[in-house]
Ligand binder design. Structure first.
Ligand code: FE
Ligand code: CA
Length: 525
């Protein structure tokens, strides 16, 4: 049986069942393939990072763990962690997908300390040119990935924006449509995994308890990465990733989670390590082992675009006006929570903000994108007292004003985000409370791959009506944004899936907006 047949089988094995029946379903079952988690690539400062994780028999292990009582699960998990031999893996980079014209080849050590992950960084390749790569171990050959160093002279670029892929709420089949759309780059802005334990009435349940340890997070990433559509999308083109809260724990801030007594620096470091191990990140991310991992960075696509990838989780102050003894988010009344407006509060941290100040307004790229995790524009809840959700930028308005001051001085600034499981298209205002103030940038906040919103369509319509700079809002549909960029304009299509409980949903375009060169703000097409 070849690999394509196996993947087809895996997709078929995950056909919809009522949730009670589906509880007994194992994660997708493949044979003991050391490359069952696939391959991935992403940009590095000098070129590209090629990624894989050697994990022979991992699918079988996941399945076995899923049937064990909790105590046995813990013991099995520890044994899994104890597998400690380093493994030498060969890699090949070629000009063709048949690997007849090899451009580079070498070996890399898959270290047990890093879950046998492999990160190969290659510099000196030809910018904008497509390459093919694969890994070899014994007679096992990985799937073939396609990657390219970012172009220096592109006249157009097509990229996709995705976030929030909750395994239990559906299949990641939207990525099959994304792959057919053929973007050259994927921007993923957070909630790559969800850390929670199993709950009833979810569509694609898994049996694993809430992730708290390194072993838990590794298993969670592996479970997600076995999704065949996600895996194939990683192989299709390079990804640029930043994280949001669920890569660690719901609505954490700095190293404080919802329950400050259990969520601390150790849990965060475990989550950050597992994240690094599973993503095509350059070694430059590892500034301080795993207590701090730097994911904020700049990626240039020639004169056409620069992407400023932000991290608004790791360095932030706690959310304003938390109840005593609690972390996490709340909806707070404006009048009752002056702390929210405190100018000293930070979302990005001083060092990241300094970096952004130095880089963003000075960028000479035609379009400049803030690639970050959550909704940037103000969305006041105006039924009754004026209220704000304090986890997003609305919880840190002074920091947002500092970034707006930079956006106002930046050529064609566009903010991209996720997190809220709702598509928002917004005109970013110099002062959100003054309808007459200038539009200084444009925001596209993408919906989710699978995660649902708790807002009704009517509630989201009310929010949009109360905030006129919100030009479009839709929380009812899952999917991704597809962007086509030329020197003249950015065109963004909202691509929505009809039913993410199906492995292969129908995906259609629900809305289309453009940003024209030299004119901030979204224009309907
Ligand atoms: Fe999410
Ligand atoms: Ca989130």
């Amino acid at each position: 049986m070849n690999r394509r047949d196996l993947l087809r089988l895996a997709a078929a094995a995950a056909l919809p069942l009522p949730w009670r029946k589906a509880v007994a379903l194992a994660p997708p079952r493949l044979q003991a393939d050391p490359f069952a988690l696939g391959v991935a690539s992403g940009p590095s400062a000098g070129g590209v990072v090629l990624w894989t994780r050697v994990a022979p028999g991992l699918e079988a292990t996941l399945e076995r763990l899923s049937h064990l009582p909790f105590e046995d699960y813990l013991a099995a998990r520890r044994r899994l962690e104890a597998q400690s031999e380093p493994i030498e893996v060969r890699w090949e980079l070629a000009a063709d997908d048949g690997f007849r014209r090899i451009v580079r080849r070498g070996t890399a050590v898959a270290a047990p300390e890093l879950a046998h992950s492999v990160h190969v960084e290659l510099a000196g390749l030809q910018p904008g040119r497509w390459y093919f790569y694969r890994f070899v171990l014994g007679d096992a050959v990985s799937p073939v990935g396609r990657t390219r160093p970012q172009p220096t002279a592109a006249e157009r670029v097509r990229f996709a924006l995705a976030s929030c892929q909750h395994y239990e709420y559906g299949h990641f089949g939207a990525y099959e449509a994304m792959r057919a759309d053929d973007p050259e780059l994927v921007l993923f802005v957070g909630d790559y995994i969800y850390e929670g334990g199993p709950r009833e009435r979810r569509y694609r349940p898994h049996p694993f308890p809430t992730a708290r340890t390194l072993a838990d997070y590794r298993l969670r990433h592996a479970l997600y990465r076995l999704d065949p559509a996600l895996q194939r999308m990683h192989a299709h083109c390079p990804w640029v990733l930043t994280w949001d809260d669920h890569e660690v724990s719901n609505d954490y801030a700095g190293d404080v989670g919802e329950d400050p007594t259990i969520d601390g620096a150790a849990r965060r470091a475990a989550a950050y390590q597992a994240y690094y191990e599973h993503m095509p990140l350059p070694a430059a991310a590892l500034v301080e082992r795993f207590s701090h991992v730097r994911v904020y960075r700049r990626i240039d696509a020639g004169a056409l675009a620069s992407f400023f990838v932000l991290d608004d989780r790791q360095y932030r102050d706690r959310q304003a006006c938390q109840p005593p003894g609690r972390g996490g988010s709340n909806v707070v009344e404006d009048d009752a929570c002056p702390e929210r407006r405190d100018a000293a509060r930070t979302l990005l941290g001083a060092e990241q903000l300094r970096w952004l100040r130095g880089e963003l307004p000075a960028s000479r790229a035609r379009f400049n994108f803030l690639v970050q995790q959550t909704l940037f524009s103000q969305v006041a809840r105006a039924n009754g007292a004026r209220r704000f959700w304090n986890d997003g930028w609305d919880g840190y308005p002074a920091e947002r004003a500092r970034v707006c001051e930079l956006l106002a001085r930046t050529r064609n600034a566009v903010v991209l985000g996720g997190d809220v499981h709702t598509t928002y298209v917004c005109d970013v205002k110099a002062d959100f409370d003054d309808p007459a103030s200038a539009v200084i940038a444009t925001e596209f906040c993408g919906t989710s791959i699978t995660s649902p919103t708790s807002f009704s369509a009517e509630a989201i319509a009310r929010l949009a009506a109360a905030n006129p700079h919100v030009r479009f809002a839709d929380g009812t549909r899952r999917g991704y944004l597809l962007a086509d960029l030329t020197p003249q304009a950015l065109q963004v299509r909202l691509r929505v899936a009809d039913d993410v409980t199906q492995p292969l949903p129908q995906v259609t375009t629900a809305a289309q907006w453009s940003v024209h060169d030299g004119r901030a703000g979204a224009q309907p097409d």
